[in-house]
Design a protein around this ligand. Structure first.
Ligand code: CU
Length: 134
């Protein structure tokens, strides 16, 4: 009986220690996260692109030559999609429905470039958009 109670007390002490450590570590992580995300958003132009079957919205993206562009690609369809721009080596993974991914690039020349989905048949079905670099 006495052995059982002391074991319980030891267990509670360990639980309290773990909780204290976990709490401190968690808040530290949160503060470093927020500082890094604020610095990244200030240095890049953020553009949200939504993919569905079979289209991108918006269908035309206009950016400036030399500016860092951050595309947040969201898959709001029902099958995996990706986003590619060959001329600037932009290539996301094929992401599952309901998820999103971010890709960064700096267009170094002006013109119109094709944005497309490389999943089989998607480009042919109309899953294309245009990147205009001014
Ligand atoms: Cu697609």
């Amino acid at each position: 009986m006495g052995k059982r109670i002391s074991a319980l007390v030891a267990l509670l002490l360990i639980a309290a220690l773990v909780a204290a450590c976990g709490g401190g570590g968690g808040s530290q992580q949160q503060s470093s996260n927020s500082s890094s995300s604020s610095s990244s958003s200030s240095s890049a132009r953020r553009i949200e692109v939504v993919g569905t079957e079979f289209a991108y919205n918006p269908s035309t993206i206009t950016v400036k030559q030399g500016e860092t562009v951050e595309i947040v690609f969201k898959n709001e369809g029902t099958v995996p999609h990706d986003l590619l721009i060959d001329e600037f080596s932009v290539k996301t993974a094929a992401i599952a429905a309901g998820t999103s991914t971010t890709v960064r690039f700096t267009p170094n020349r002006a013109g119109q470039f094709k944005i497309y989905c490389a999943e089989p048949g998607h480009e042919a079905a109309g899953m294309v958009a245009t990147l205009v670099v001014e």
